[in-house]
Structures are given as structure tokens and as C-alpha cells.
Design a protein around this ligand. Structure first.
Ligand code: PLP
Length: 393
């Protein structure tokens, strides 16, 4: 007998992956520059030069240090370097012991949800949300409840959120800057969230942990600040990744941060280590642990994303498409031109424009456009978006 839940996860491929695979095949037939592939969030800017310098310098070190295991939670010197960097940036006082190294945000989230979950527990997230949350939460044995989207600003519909909180609520997952909306939660949003969670913890007599999924933390525009959530709410687990900020998605490196101020912080960190062990996520890739420790204050040159955002947002809204102006990440969440987002995505596909229908993000009627692409792709695609618009008029 198979594990049917795993079979389900493995046999249903994600819409994003399906579109991306279709695009690769289609390019072979009609040519690379005739397919406008906005399906996947693969960073299009190169990793910063400091990453290459760090790799080359590290390659000179003795092989047993370079390629050997680190402790399960990560190299203590690496974790200390990350703590120093976070302390400098946010005026906090962490040490190596507050960090657990992971293979990217995916592992940070699956470990965190598993570490906190007992049978029957619930997690709450906010639409539109990264579809893998359901996989990680359900695998941990919990249920994912989704707060419907605030379609005006894509911040948080707090009334709807409060209605979902109950005695089984073990945790809440936020993602800001957000994939797929590009919205950054304002300081007001974080304060209100913290206030509600503090009240509800008291009411139910249990900690409610806030898991913040932050792979896009550094990818923000217009001088916008991303609030550092543990400063507002002590029961926060920060799930970070270098996939986007250093353009290293294939290297699989990130961390979980558990602040000392969190309820039962030491036990939570031990459970994180236990979940890492249970899931087989011990000793994240050592070379890249040490690379990121040398690049703590470095971010890729996001100017190209900013140019793309301007070009695409201004171009599409001038054509009559509707969307909120994103302040972070590299996605535009655009209202589909018919209620059925899949039908709209299929129509766009006929024009070789690949955009992801929003249903799997828990929010019907939109498409996600990833603008981490060459600027030329956007320039060439805009007239095609105009043709698509014409078909609907
Ligand atoms: N969370 C969000 C919101 C993402 O967009 C992604 C990747 O695109 C992940 C988590 C997974 O990131 P990683 O590649 O670091 O595992």
C-alpha cells in the first residue's frame, strides 16, 4: 500500500510547474523569443559577485572542512555570523543558538509547521498564499484554514481572520513581501495582527505562533520597509531563504530563527531540531552555509526587477488591466478579464503568453505574472497583452 496522501501530492503537479514545462516545449517549436513565459519565480538577476568570490575563497580550504558534515543545526560560526547581521539590521540581540540552518524556505516552513503540530491542530494563512503551505501543513498532520483575500489592497481582512481563530489554532503563516500579490504588509497590519494574536492566546490559554515566510525580504521598492515581525510579536518564527535575495534557489539554503522571547523558546528550538531530524533536513549544504555567512550584508542588484515592475505595471494598467501596484517580490497579481482565471490563462496561452491562474493561491479571478524575466520579454509581450484585451472588448 502506498501513502495515499503522498501519492496525491506527487501525482498532481503544480499549475506553475505545468505551465513552465509547457513553455520549454513550446519554445522548441516556435522559438525562444516567441513565448512570453511569466510562469515561474526563478530569479533573473545573477548572484552578486561576492557570492562567487566567497565560493572561490572557500574552495582553497581543506576538503574535510569544506565538504564534511556540520552539526545538524548548522555550523556554529555561520549561525553566529547570521545572528550578528540580524542584530545589526534590526537592533536585536540574538546568538547562534537562535538559528537553525535549512535547505531554503520550503524546508524552513515544513520544519516549523511539523515542530509545532499535534494531531487536530489548525494553521491559518491569508489568501492569496503560496500553494505549498497546504502541502506542508497537511503533511505535519494539521489543517490549513484560509482567510479570504482583501481584494482592495491585499493586506489582511482582520474580521474574516478573527472568525477563523479558535482553540485549535496552533499557528498563523504570513508571507510579506507576498507571492503572488507583491504586497508588503504595512506596520499597521503587523501591529493589528500582533494585537489580535496576543488577545486570542490569552483567551485560549495557548501560544499561537506566527510563522513569517520571508524569501523576498530584501526585494522591495520605493524605499518601503518590511517590518521585522519578532519586534511586534514575540511568538514569531522567521523562515528565511537566500533563494531570491542572493539569486541562489538551486543551492537550497536558508534558516529558521526562534527568538528567546518566544514562549517555551528552548523547547520550540528543540522541536525544530527534532522536526529537521525527522524530515531528514539536518546539516544544510555546508559550502553554502559558509557562503551566505560571508555575504550577510549583500543583496542582488534588484534595479532590473524595479525597471520590469514599472514597465509591466504601467504598460498593463495603460491597456486597462487592473492590479495593485506591488511594492516587493517580483510578481504582479492581475485581475483576469473573465471570472474564470483558468479560462483567461488558457486564452493567453493561445497567444504564447504564460500566466498562472490564481485558484491555487486561494483567490479566484486573477493571474500571477512573474516579472523576473528579461526586459525584452516584457516589451515584446505588451502588444500581445493588448491583443488579448481586444478579444474581450
Ligand atoms: N515561500 C514563498 C512565498 C515562495 O515564493 C517560495 C519560492 O518561490 C518559497 C517559499 C520556497 O523558497 P525556497 O526556494 O527557498 O525553498
Amino acid at each position: 500500500m502506498l501513502n495515499e496522501q503522498m501519492y496525491e501530492f506527487g501525482s498532481k503537479s503544480s499549475v506553475i510547474r505545468e505551465l513552465f514545462a509547457y513553455g520549454l516545449e513550446r519554445k522548441k517549436i516556435v522559438g525562444e523569443d516567441k513565448v512570453y513565459d511569466f510562469s515561474i519565480g526563478n530569479p533573473s538577476i545573477p548572484a552578486p559577485v561576492e557570492v562567487k568570490q566567497a565560493i572561490l575563497a572557500l574552495l582553497e580550504e581543506p576538503a574535510e572542512r569544506l565538504h564534511g558534515y556540520s552539526p545538524a543545526s548548522g555550523d556554529p560560526e555561520v549561525r553566529a555570523a547570521l545572528a550578528d547581521s540580524v542584530n545589526r539590521k534590526f537592533g536585536v540581540h540574538y546568538t547562534a543558538d537562535n538559528f537553525y540552518m535549512t535547505v531554503g524556505a520550503a524546508a524552513s516552513l515544513s520544519i516549523s509547521t511539523k515542530a509545532l503540530t499535534n494531531p487536530g491542530d489548525e494553521f491559518i494563512t491569508f489568501a492569496p498564499y503560496f500553494p505549498e503551505y497546504a502541502v506542508w501543513v497537511e503533511t505535519a498532520g494539521a489543517r490549513l484554514l484560509v482567510t479570504p483575500a482583501d481584494k482592495e489592497k491585499f493586506q489582511i481582512d482582520f474580521e474574516a481572520f478573527e472568525r477563523l481563530i479558535g482553540p485549535k489554532t496552533r499557528g498563523v503563516i504570513t508571507n510579506s513581501p507576498n507571492n503572488p500579490s507583491g504586497v508588503v504588509y504595512s506596520e499597521d497590519t503587523i501591529r493589528r495582527l500582533a494585537q489580535i494574536l496576543t488577545e486570542k492566546q490569552k483567551e485560549y490559554g495557548n501560544p499561537i505562533y506566527l510563522i513569517t515566510d520571508e524569501p523576498y525580504r530584501e526585494i522591495v521598492y520605493d524605499g518601503v520597509e518590511v517590518p521585522f515581525v519578532p519586534k511586534y510579536y514575540k511568538n514569531t518564527l522567521v523562515c528565511y531563504s537566500y533563494s531570491k535575495s542572493l539569486s541562489l534557489p538551486g543551492e537550497r539554503i536558508g534558516y529558521i530563527l526562534v527568538p528567546d522571547e518566544a514562549d517555551e523558546a528552548k523547547r520550540v528550538m528543540a522541536a525544530v531540531a527534532g522536526a529537521g531530524r525527522a524530515l531528514g533536513y539536518v546539516c544544510a549544504p555546508v559550502l553554502f552555509q559558509r557562503v551566505v555567512a560571508r555575504c550577510t550584508d549583500v543583496t542582488g542588484d534588484i534595479a532590473a526587477y524595479e525597471r520590469n515592475r514599472e514597465l509591466l505595471y504601467n504598460g498593463l494598467t495603460a491597456l486597462g488591466y487592473e492590479c495593485v501596484r506591488p511594492q516587493g517580490a517580483f510578481y504582479l497579481f492581475v485581475k483576469a478579464l473573465e471570472p474564470d482565471a483558468k479560462a483567461f490563462s488558457d486564452r493567453a496561452k493561445k497567444h504564447d503568453v504564460l500566466v498562472v491562474p490564481s485558484d491555487s493561491f486561494g483567490c479566484e479571478g486573477y493571474v500571477r505574472i512573474s516579472y523576473c524575466v528579461a526586459e525584452k520579454t516584457i516589451r515584446d509581450a505588451l502588444p500581445v497583452f493588448a491583443e488579448i484585451m481586444k478579444e474581450y472588448r
